[in-house]
Design a protein around this ligand. Sequence first.
Ligand SMILES: [Zn+2]
Length: 75
Amino acid sequence: MSTEESTGSESGTVGELRDDDHWIIERSGTPVDVDGFKMGEPADHIICAHCFRAASHYKQVTHAADCTNPDAHTT
Ligand SMILES: [Zn+2]
């Protein structure tokens, strides 16, 4: 039996790749009394799937200079 079917860690935050493959929606890996979000609920962050920078809104992400996300350089 495989015990490593998830890329997320046992504790902390995990993410879910969006359909466009460019962004990861962060999900809470802790109970609501820890970070204000229920376990598995979308947390208030989104992560660039190309450079892995996070922000509360995708337009606020400070991408790496060599980030290949096509959304990184749009307004
Ligand atoms: Zn990026």
